[in-house]
Design a binder for this molecule. Structure first.
Ligand code: MG
Length: 246
């Protein structure tokens, strides 16, 4: 059940705004879930799993390779994800996403986890052809609907160890990714601390923590997304998101 609380700004709630239940509870089946947050910043990490770097025939970066996705790419967990005419190589990346709840700047890894509000699921949708042909990934990673997110935020107190979660992605009925957050090259605490040396993380910011092996480009021949395909990403202790490509 969903309990209405008269607020639609989760970042304000993170900052201590009062949350008072109002009205009758609503059944989950009677609502369409939107993205649980509109991030101020939406960041991603390239090649944060060694098996994914290997399937791309690329090495593992010595430092975290952090990039920005445009926040206008964010859409709800049910999508749809629009494949633009300018790409023929649309790909999925199932990822654990960290939602920041407290301002974080110049933090150590030991301090960083206190700033985590919770966790959600994201598909870091990527146009591989544009990643090859354009030096910046703004379009390749930032197209409208390239960041379906949800289905909700599980607060940090509910997840004992975010580095101990199975991550799976299906395309239609085909299991493509079966990874585990224990295999991240740079774990979440180090990632947040590293980011916070360069820029301030603020309540509502979201960091997608990288994808395990099994993306479409990793197959020979590659298996990119086509209109009509349905992507489903499931992460232990969070739930799943599922969206169609149109
Ligand atoms: Mg990614």
């Amino acid at each position: 059940m969903i309990v209405p609380c008269g607020r639609n700004d989760i970042a304000a709630v993170m900052c201590g705004a009062d949350v008072t239940p109002e009205g009758a509870p609503v059944s989950l089946g009677d609502v369409r879930l939107l993205a649980p947050v509109r991030p101020g910043k939406l960041l991603g990490v390239a090649k944060n799993y060694a098996d994914h770097a290997a399937e791309l025939n690329e090495g593992v970066p010595e430092e975290p390779s952090v990039f920005s996705k445009l926040v206008t790419a964010v859409t709800g967990p049910s999508g749809p994800v629009i494949r633009p005419a300018y790409t023929q190589e649309l790909d999925y990346e199932g990822e654990l996403a960290v939602v920041i709840g407290r301002r974080l700047r110049g933090a150590t890894p030991g301090e960083a986890m206190d700033a985590v509000f919770g966790y959600t699921i994201i598909n870091d949708v990527s146009a591989r052809d544009l990643q090859r042909t354009e030096p910046q990934w703004t379009r390749a990673k930032g197209g409208d609907t390239f960041a379906p997110m949800g289905p909700w935020i599980v607060t940090a107190d509910e997840i004992a160890d975010p580095q101990n979660l199975r991550v799976r992605t299906w395309v239609n009925d085909d299991l493509r990714q079966d990874g585990h957050t224990s295999r991240m090259i740079t774990p979440i605490a180090e990632l947040l601390a590293w980011c916070s040396q360069s820029f301030t993380l603020e309540p509502g910011d979201v960091i997608a923590t990288g994808t395990p092996a099994g993306v479409g480009r990793g197959f020979d021949p590659p298996r990119y997304l086509e209109p009509g395909d349905r992507v489903r990403i499931e992460i232990e202790q969070i739930g799943s998101i599922s969206h169609e490509i149109v």
